[in-house]
Design a protein around this ligand. Sequence first.
Ligand code: SAM
Length: 225
Amino acid sequence: MIPWTLLGTAQIPNNGGELKFSQRGDEFSIRLSGIRGELMNSRVFNSEKVLSELGCAHIANKDNAQVLVGGLGMGYTLAAALKALNSASQVTVAELIPEVVTWNEGPLGNCAKNPLKDPRTKVHIGDVKQLLVCNTPTFDAILLDVDNGPEGLTHSDNNWLYSVAGLEAIFNMLQANGRLAIWSAGPDYLFSVRLKNIGFKVETRIVRSRPGKGSKHTIFLAKKL
Ligand SMILES: C[S@@+](CC[C@H](N)C(=O)[O-])C[C@H]1O[C@@H](n2cnc3c(N)ncnc32)[C@H](O)[C@@H]1O
């Protein structure tokens, strides 16, 4: 069996721990210290892809569609958003950890077919929250996969995104008919209620981590009507 080779490490802000980036043949892995199992593996990305397909379906033919993706990870959500949109669209991807962007600029980028090189991609290095607080309807879709789900596990500052204040800010940043799609490791009934109370029409979808098999993840699809 090919052994894993450590390619790099990165610190999560505010003592959030350390990310370890490794390679084994053509497979890549990102682990978080203190958490059993992987945060991301380059061979497991079905629900990350479906997140974009659900969140962008309503703007497939829209010129100048504006989409925000938080965060970059291994680039699968970004790549699927670009695939779902036409050539006159823009996708801003916010990534908290600069090293994750650097890793995607290297061989890891090949896994999702180098979405950072697409001229429609704009990279924001920093917290996605920074792009959600100007109260101006800007985005047709906001796709969030920054954590384990509505409870910020990897970065406690992420709890704001799923709070009433955060969701109200997101609602105000969406254009009319905009969509918020959120990836979660599992269901959360109270979170669906919170989204509805903000004014979203909410659907939840169960999506496998690999096509037709693997873990069952939840995608919250919230529509601003
Ligand atoms: C689970 S990964 C995303 C996987 C991604 N959907 C994909 O297709 O590979 C989560 C990413 O979000 C980043 N992140 C976490 N909190 C963030 C925040 N507040 N703003 C921007 N990026 C964040 C992490 O550094 C990590 O790269």
